[in-house]
Design a protein around this ligand. Structure first.
Ligand SMILES: Cc1cc2nc3c(=O)[nH]c(=O)nc-3n(C[C@H](O)[C@H](O)[C@H](O)COP(=O)(O)O)c2cc1C
Length: 184
């Protein structure tokens, strides 16, 4: 199994980052390969330039640039993001918006073709301050669902907060990451 882990929070002690570390370390222990993108500080938004229609991939040069080739043979993308103002952080929207390039509309919108092989999944680890894990769940679901239109089928969001940074919970995340691979 090949996993791409996208870290969007650059905050020291990031909760989403810590959980992502454990999930992906567990997956690696079970034999997965993991590509890590720590791009929260450098990711640019979609410019709407339309160059991807001809180029076949996003032409924006930033820390996400190697991702498009990496994605071709990945099985799972897992994105870690913070909740800001009741929504996913801006960098997470930029990351998602850039997937626009995966839809080939050169033969018209009605003949739209997705440029990556079918069967890939996307998961999200969303860190928030609020203790109630359900209050923003629909926001996270809606965010992930948009990727489905670009060839990545959305899994149920993983919602975390600082109370999850216990040894027991982190060990549970590591076991969960191992299980992804063992049960695949
Ligand atoms: C600008 C800003 C806005 C925030 N807004 C919310 C919010 O609306 N709801 C919430 O539950 N937490 C909010 N938080 C808290 C963060 O979601 C929380 O600290 C989370 O752990 C950040 O993710 P990270 O630890 O991966 O960096 C906010 C934090 C910041 C800095």
């Amino acid at each position: 199994m090949k996993i791409i882990a996208v870290y969007l929070s650059t905050r020291k002690g990031s909760v989403s980052g810590r959980i992502l570390d454990e999930l992906t370390a567990g997956a690696e222990e079970a034999g997965a390969t993991v590509s890590r993108y720590r791009i929260g500080d450098g990711i640019l938004g979609c410019r709407g330039c339309g160059s991807c229609v001809k180029a076949g991939k996003c032409v924006v040069q930033d820390p996400l640039t190697p991702y498009w080739d990496d994605l071709q043979d990945a099985d799972l993308v897992i994105v870690g993001a913070s909740n800001y103002m009741g929504n996913v952080m801006g960098q997470a929207w930029s990351f998602m918006n850039r997937h626009f390039c995966l839809a080939d509309t050169s033969k018209g919108r009605e003949n739209r073709v997705i440029r990556i092989p079918a069967g890939k999944r996307i998961m999200g680890v969303f860190a928030q301050g609020a203790p109630n894990k359900d209050i923003y769940r629909e926001v996270y679901r809606k965010y992930l669902k948009i990727f489905s239109a670009y060839g990545l089928s959305a899994e149920e969001p993983i919602v975390v907060n600082a109370a999850d940074l216990t040894e027991e919970r982190l060990a549970g995340c590591r076991a969960e990451g191992r299980a992804w691979v063992e049960q695949a």
